[in-house]
Design a protein around this ligand. Structure first.
Ligand code: PHE
Length: 358
C-alpha cells in the first residue's frame, strides 16, 4: 500500500520547486498524467475489499484534486513570471532618436486606406471588419444574390474545397458581406466603412486577383438618396483634396441596392496628367445605392422602419488616380525601387487638419 501522505508531500514539493513551465509539465505528467504516480493509485482499488475501496477511493480522488490545484496555482505563478521576463527583455526605449526611417515606407494602398478612414471618421463613420474567407450566405445569398442569380457569374469567384459539411467557402469577392455582418450585430443607427482585401479571378493592367475595396453603410430612419450624394461628394472632395468636383450618378444595377447607381467624377487628362474636378472627361470610381429592403430584412431588421445607403469603391484604383500610377500589378510586385518611389513617410499620419497626403 502506498504511503499517501509521503506521495502527496513528494509531488507537492516537486511542484513547488518546478522552475519553469516545462519542468512543471514534467511533474504534472509524472503525477496525474496517464501513467502518473497519483493516477496509478486507482489500480490498487482492484485488489481491495469493498470497505477499503470506500475508504481509499475518495482519498485517491482528493489527492488527485489537491495535486491538480497545486499545479494550476504554480502554473499561474510561472506564467506571470515568464510574461514579466519577456516584458523586461523586450522593452523599447521610446525616447531614443529614430534612425533609419528611410528604410521603410507606407504602401500607397495603406496610405489611401488611412486617408479614407480619416475622411470618414470625420463624418462619424466607424470602421467595421469581416473575414476574407466568407461563406456563401454572407457573400451572396443575404445580399439578395440567390444561387441561380446571374450576378454570381460576374464575380469570378475563388471557391475553397468543400469542407466536411459539404460547404464551399469563398474568398470574398467584395466587401459587401461586411454590410450583413454589421446589420446582424448592431442596432441602427449604423454608420460604418469597411476597408479590406477582396478577391476575384481576374488579372491585367487594371485588375489583380487580390485587390482592395472600401464598403460604406448607413442605416437609420429617414435616410434618403440625398444623404448618399452628400456623403460621397464630401468624401471625393476631401480625398482628392479639391474644392469642387462634379459627380455623375448613372443608373445601374446591384442586387443588394435599389435604386443603384455608378458614380463618375469629372476630370481632365491634360498632357497625360490627370486632374480631378476640372475638364470634361469622366472617371468611374464606385458603385452605390439605397440598401435593398430584402437585404435589411435578411439581417433581421424592420425594413418599414429602417432604410439606408451603401457604396463600394476600389481602393487600389483610388490610389492609382490620386498618386498617378498606371499599372496596378506593380502594387503587389514588392519591387523595392517602386516602393521607395511611391511609398509614404512612416510617421506622417494623414489628418484632415494637417493635410491628407502633402
Ligand atoms: N459590391 C459591389 C461591387 O463589388 C459594389 C457596391 C457596394 C455597390 C455597395 C453598391 C453598394 O461591385
Amino acid at each position: 500500500m502506498t504511503d499517501l501522505s509521503a506521495l502527496e508531500k513528494d509531488v507537492l514539493d516537486a511542484i513547488a520547486s518546478a522552475a519553469s513551465l516545462d519542468e512543471l509539465e514534467t511533474v504534472r505528467v509524472g503525477a496525474i498524467g496517464k501513467k502518473g504516480s497519483v493516477t496509478g493509485l486507482t489500480k490498487q482499488l482492484g485488489g481491495m475489499s469493498v470497505e477499503e475501496r470506500k475508504e481509499y477511493g475518495p482519498k485517491f480522488n482528493m489527492l488527485k484534486n489537491t495535486v491538480a490545484k497545486a499545479i494550476d496555482e504554480r502554473k499561474a505563478v510561472l506564467e506571470k513570471e515568464a510574461l514579466n521576463a519577456r516584458l523586461q527583455s523586450e522593452t523599447v526605449d521610446v525616447t531614443l532618436p529614430v534612425n533609419g526611417l528611410d528604410q521603410g515606407s507606407i504602401h500607397p494602398v495603406s496610405q489611401a486606406m488611412d486617408e479614407l478612414a480619416e475622411v470618414f471618421a470625420d463624418m462619424g463613420f466607424a470602421i467595421a471588419e469581416g473575414p476574407e474567407i466568407e461563406d456563401d450566405f454572407h457573400n451572396f445569398t443575404a445580399l439578395n444574390i440567390p444561387p441561380e442569380h446571374p450576378a454570381r457569374q460576374m464575380h469570378d469567384t475563388f471557391y475553397l474545397p468543400e469542407n466536411a459539411d459539404g460547404e464551399r467557402k469563398v474568398l470574398r469577392t467584395h466587401t459587401s458581406p461586411v454590410q450583413i455582418r454589421t446589420m446582424k450585430n448592431q442596432q441602427p443607427p449604423i454608420r460604418i466603412i469597411a476597408p479590406g482585401r477582396t478577391y476575384r479571378s481576374d488579372s491585367d493592367a487594371t485588375h489583380t486577383p487580390m485587390f482592395h475595396q472600401v464598403e460604406g453603410l448607413v442605416i437609420d430612419e429617414g435616410t434618403h438618396m440625398g444623404h448618399l450624394k452628400g456623403t460621397l461628394e464630401a468624401f471625393v472632395k476631401a480625398f482628392f483634396e479639391v474644392d469642387n468636383v462634379t459627380m455623375r450618378f448613372r443608373p445601374s444595377y446591384f442586387p443588394f441596392t435599389e435604386p443603384s447607381a455608378e458614380v463618375d467624377i469629372q476630370c481632365s487628362w491634360k498632357n497625360g496628367e490627370l486632374r480631378i474636378g476640372e475638364g470634361d472627361d469622366w472617371l468611374e470610381i464606385l458603385g452605390c445605392g439605397m440598401v435593398n429592403p430584402r437585404v435589411i430584412e435578411a439581417c433581421g431588421l424592420d425594413s418599414a422602419k429602417y432604410q439606408g445607403f451603401a457604396f463600394g469603391c476600389g481602393i487600389d484604383r483610388l490610389a492609382m488616380l490620386k498618386y498617378g500610377m498606371t499599372d496596378l500589378r506593380a502594387f503587389f510586385d514588392n519591387d523595392l525601387r517602386w516602393m521607395k518611389h511611391y511609398g509614404f513617410m512612416p510617421l506622417d499620419m494623414p489628418t484632415i487638419a494637417g493635410g491628407l497626403s502633402r
